[in-house]
Ligand binder design. Structure first.
Ligand code: F6P
Length: 604
């Protein structure tokens, strides 16, 4: 609960409105905004409740702000009477200058057609051209301001508001012209595209935007009345799927008698520590514990065994998975799934399955939960660390092992002046490569996510080496994620880079021609760390996280099965384990900010 509060510094609700509340149209619209806002609060509240997070969106604690204009006050009154019916008359809004209407010429004030005609006459152009010109963000309105100037002022004003009310939820009632500028600001597309889109924004398009102000930045969180069809559909689908998930939970609190655990997909460090804890806590709290050899393949082959204290002795420090794992593509076939379920069923009466693995394994777990009602809980484990909202088991140990090799390579690189390309696993996800490169202060990082690896090789790798080669005691390390595609070899990764980069370096005359100096001879070499990283010994951090996952899986299966069945547990920060529904498991976005920072630039 504290963690979310920490990230969400400030919430700002903004409702925009036209010039006056006409009883026939304006009042019902204001009521619609209030109702939509209340509905969204209810929805977000349910999601927070589901994730067992504190509901920080308490309408009674909102700070309401209006502009000087009577219609924003009226809007406030209608909305508050819906949000906090009993308290409406007691709540007073604050008048805030940043919320005043902005005269953006063609959006408010002068009739648009009149303005276009006047502009056409003044510029000596036809009305179509005039319309294009006055829609330009730098067009100066009769008051002497361009849209862009007012826009910057307005965004500044909102940032200030956010900064002055850290930790509060602000509910702002303002004008549609102001709201239009905000929508342009919040739109992730380039300014020109958002500007064109919201140029057509009309006062009748009432909207409520939930802004968050966190880490000094404003961003849009959701819209209510103006919710697009797509957003509405996504929200409703989430609620429906979530209801289905809950409906499939059969286990009642304190009825579970046994668990079956398996490890699936690419193996990883920490699996042993998690399995050992499942056995220890499971037995201590009265459960039978069974392990499946080689993941879903073992389920299809009926390799399910009861485990005892003796079986798990020494297991927590085991590298990789002590009970094996597998990639089992055939598990996508319904027939194979049926065979597996047939073997699993006798254990599932008063029992649950625990699946340890990566994104593919979580998809498998979701499939058997949704199709066959197997009471399943996921624990994320993959050196790829590519699941959003959690740290996956194995990545800490993989980085730690990679670090030993990378530091050795750095030492010899610094001594000899050579260039080392180090390939780490992660075809399709560069999180591990980024973690390795960042902590090692590597000179370069080539990942699959890069939009143009060839350009990166030319500009960043060769560009950096041009400056660093020949510097005494300087190491040159480039981390490369497995199979990153480039034009120097069909297999990508480090393949082809040694020859290509070596060839280019040999042509650099500046390295050879410093008068009175003999240059260091530069060798380019590649090291593939590959599968060594999957078999890394578990670090204390991985073992600790593994034990927390396992303990929480058992505890919650006993006490609150509805909260964890059909979910994957997520490790959010030290000591905090939270469930994420399997249907909501999503890929982790690549950390471009860290990528930029390791290259000595910042994105913000
Ligand atoms: O388990 C994840 C992973 O190690 C990836 O980093 C890698 O790209 C892939 O598996 C390799 O899989 P395999 O060893 O099965 O070829």
């Amino acid at each position: 609960m504290e963690s979310l509060k920490w990230t969400v510094r400030n919430f700002v609700w903004v409702a925009g409105f036209g010039t006056s509340l006409i009883p026939s149209g304006g009042i019902p619209k204001a009521d619609a905004i209030g109702t939509a806002l209340a509905k969204t609060l209810g929805l977000v509240g349910k999601q927070l409740d589901f994730l067992q997070l504190h509901n920080y969106l308490d309408p009674e604690a909102f700070v309401h702000m209006v502009s000087n204009s009577p219609n924003t006050r009226q809007l406030f009154e209608r909305v508050v009477s819906i949000l906090s019916p009993g308290k409406a008359t007691l709540t007073r809004p604050i008048i805030e200058a940043a919320l005043e209407s902005q005269d953006f010429g063609w959006a408010t004030g002068i009739e648009k057609t009149v303005e276009v005609e006047e502009a056409a006459r003044a510029f000596g152009v036809d009305t179509k051209t005039a319309q294009r010109l006055i829609k330009h963000p730098l067009y100066s309105y009769p008051g002497g301001h361009s849209f862009f100037e007012l826009y910057v002022e307005l965004v500044d004003g909102f940032h200030q508001l956010g900064q002055d009310h850290q930790g509060k939820v602000l509910c702002l009632y303002t004008h549609s012209s102001t709201l239009r500028a905000l929508l342009i600001f919040l739109d992730p597309r380039p300014f020109s595209e958002a500007f064109s889109e919201f140029g057509a924004y009309k006062e009748g398009q009432d909207n409520v935007v939930l802004l968050t102000y966190e880490h000094g930045q404003l961003s849009g969180y959701s819209t209510a009345v103006g919710l697009s069809e797509k957003e509405r559909a996504v929200r409703e689908a989430w609620m429906t799927v979530e209801q289905d998930r809950r409906a499939k939970v059969i286990l009642k609190p304190r009825t579970i008698r046994r668990i079956v655990a398996l490890v699936s997909g690419g193996d990883f460090a920490g699996a042993g520590a998690a399995l050992k804890e499942l056995r220890v806590t499971g037995n201590r709290l009265g459960l039978e514990v069974h392990f499946v050899q080689h993941g879903f393949l073992g389920l299809a082959n009926n390799w399910i065994n009861l485990v005892t204290e003796e079986d798990t002795r020494g297991m927590s420090n085991h590298a990789s998975s002590p009970i094996g794992s597998s990639r089992f593509e055939d598990f996508k076939d319904e027939e194979v799934q049926l065979a597996a379920i047939h073997h699993l069923k006798p254990f599932m009466e008063d029992g649950a399955l625990i699946v340890l693995g990566g994104d593919g394994s979580m998809r498998g777990a979701r499939a058997i939960y949704e199709r066959f009602g197997i009471q399943v809980v996921g624990i994320p484990g993959s050196i790829d660390d590519n699941i959003a909202g959690t740290t996956s088991l194995g990545v800490q140990s993989a980085v730690s092992l990679a670090n030993q090799s990378i530091e050795s390579l750095k030492a010899t690189s610094a001594a000899m002046g050579s260039v080392f390309f180090v390939e780490v696993m992660g075809a399709g996800s560069g999180h591990l490569a980024l973690m390795c490169a960042y902590q090692a202060r590597a000179e370069g990082l080539l990942v699959n996510e890069h939009p143009d690896p060839n350009a990166y090789i030319e500009e960043v790798i060769l560009g950096t080496l041009k400056q660093t080669l020949g510097v005494r005691n300087k190491s040159h390390i480039i981390i490369v994620a497995e199979r990153t595609p480039h034009q120097h070899h069909p297999e990508g990764g480090v393949h082809g880079l040694v020859d290509y980069v070596g060839g280019r370096i040999s042509q650099w005359t500046h390295l050879q021609t410093r008068t009175g100096h003999y240059p260091l001879s530069v060798a380019t070499k590649a090291t593939i760390l590959g599968h060594t990283l999957r078999g890394a010994f578990p670090t204390p951090v991985d073992k600790t996280i593994a034990q927390l996952f396992a303990y929480e899986a058992i505890r919650r299966l006993i006490e609150q099965p509805e909260q964890v069945i059909g979910c994957m547990l997520a490790y959010r920060e030290p000591g905090t384990i939270q469930p994420i529904p399997l249907h909501a498991v999503a890929p982790k976005p690549f950390d471009w900010e860290l990528f930029a920072r390791m290259h000595g630039t910042e994105l913000v």
